[in-house]
Write a protein that binds this ligand. Sequence first.
Ligand SMILES: [Fe+2]
Length: 275
Amino acid sequence: MNKETMKHNLSYMNDGISFVNGFISYDETKILNDELDYLFSKKSVNGSLREIKVNKHTSIINMPTLAVRSINLLELCLSVKRELEKHDKKFNSYVNTGIEIRQDSRQPALPWHTDNRNGMVRAMIYIGIDKKKSGIFRYMKKSHKRDFYVEHHLSKQEIEVHAADIVNCDVPEGTLILFDSFGFHGRKECLGKRRIIMFEFQAKNSNSPISAVPLSSRILTDNVLSNLSVFLNGATEYTRADMYYRDPPERNIILRIIGKFRRFYRSLRASSHSD
Ligand SMILES: [Fe+2]
């Protein structure tokens, strides 16, 4: 067992975070990384299934369930959900509301914050962490059960008060990290590069943003088909990474701002048409 796992002896329901070591094998991680080297090597043009640069330091893969062929991301997602269900029966009825493959390079730490979405579960798998431990995830255990309100970021004082509860997720590649994103979390500085897969789960009919899951017949195995309801999350609009599918963010700051306004205007028109 990994040192960090033993040290904290974490339980998801009590601590808001838990680990599963070796969730993806070394070989699977290697094959996936080889494929991701290819997918991240070119930008998505007119919706092609390649890299979308969200900003100077962060890229995602356009529609990863369709782009990635070395592993079946829907099967992996169902395995993650099965892990989650071991912690509480309430997760049986949860749906998947997002699948993302993300690459971060040189950037400052992500400050301590809460997503403030009660009941939301995030599952992260490290695919590539360099020797500099770039972007190691951090969590304050038990902070998902707090009895005080924090808008988004934590003050210096609040961080000090909870310092003893900090879990540095310095775990090997292939480890599954389940966490309640209502709890306080952040990320260490990225001195080099890191790659992760992120799955998000929410209760059915959640009011928080959700993303549709692109499906291909290639990945609809018998197991996926008999669990299809996990992916039928009710998303009707393109949100988050989905909205970039044919309109990726501009690298030029002025064009990026114009693009944001355009997307906002389009979403307003879409919502007024659907009334
Ligand atoms: Fe967050």
